[in-house]
Design a protein around this ligand. Sequence first.
Ligand code: HAM
Length: 412
Amino acid sequence: MKKIYSNIRGTSDFDTFDSFIFSRICKKARSAFNIFGYQEIILPILEEKGLFAKGVGQVTDIVQGQIFELKGKDIVLRPEGTAQVIRYYIQNSLHKKSDFHKFFYIGPMFRRERPQKGRFRQFHHIGAEAIGSDSIYLDVEVIMLALKISAECGIKDTELKINSLGCADDKRKFSEYIKKSLKPATLCAACKTRSTHQALRVLDCKRPECIKAVKDLNLGQNSLCQACQEQFKKLRSILDDAGVKYTSVPTLVRGLDYYTNTVFEITSSKLGSQDAVGAGGRYNNLMKTLGGPDIPAIGFALGLERMLIALGSKDFKQKPDIFVATIDKTTVAKGFEILTRLREADLSCVFEYQQKTLKAQLRSAQKKGIRFVVIVGEDELKEGSVILKDMDKSVQTKVKIDNLILEIEKIS
Ligand code: HAM
């Protein structure tokens, strides 16, 4: 029996619509990155496993069970971009070239998660990393950039959630406090285990029993040292001054070990249980952890597939502007010549290659939602003209071929 192959579970085939929106999102993101002064880097999909064990954290969900590893090698498909960008930075001693770098990247990431709506095994990140400054204004810049990209892409009903995990010392003390205070018997099965070696992760578990157990802890921002409290206050006041709306969520901790101080998430009500369109935060100690110099950094990543889901509607048609129709075989050559001329003027147009009747060609143009049809007929050609039909207005005029481009540009 013939085997019919399907795409691998947790991966997506983007149809022409999704591919078009995908490219449009990338275009909008690149324009926002340019406005904010971030430069693109394209890094490999394959990395050494140890980079993520050390960078993201040995006991994180990602490293514990989600890494796609090449059999018998210490090579993995990258699960995220931050540790990788820092690897690239250290490898090339970029701190010797400049003390401040702002990078962005767009590309696929891989995590062996249980696939569900908004959660895939291959997905794409639009990520940014700003390396070399601990200024709280940079935290605000990064947050505003992530918000700008999602807004420019048309994602509505978003909410910005922020928190501060404090410095490494605060984080360690807070984690010990949580570990001591939580009663494992009240938690879901996964969090019973987490509560011993990854206690902070229990805070953003979505299971009702864990939400209740965490609520009972009555958390505030009092786990932070004076300096980190001041810093978080400053962050909120700059966001207020900039008119950026946010919710301060003391249980927002994020699943990657490298974060300290500012963490944030942008959620959308258009998504289901996987409601984060993007997330990020500060990771001032990651560079040192990976054997580099002691340089602070902050960044974020937006999930492209989640942006596609949040955008929803498929009623948008990707269509050319012009359909070049020919009356019969005798006008095909001239029709093709006109098509070429229109394309040289950067007008998007299609041609009928299957020798259908004019009626069928007009029907096809209408079905595709194309606004203009150029009808190439023998009689008009004798006068150096064609018929230009505006399908939206149902009007047609005779136009000299030499004036055709000008005429289309005038009325479109
Ligand atoms: P993350 O929260 O793991 O952060 O991923 C960022 C975003 O990627 C999520 O908010 C979500 O939109 C999307 N995402 C994550 N996992 C999946 C999945 N399995 N399927 C579909 N989309 C997914 C990071 O990876 C950090 N590197 C972000 C960062 C950059 N922090 C600082 N700099």
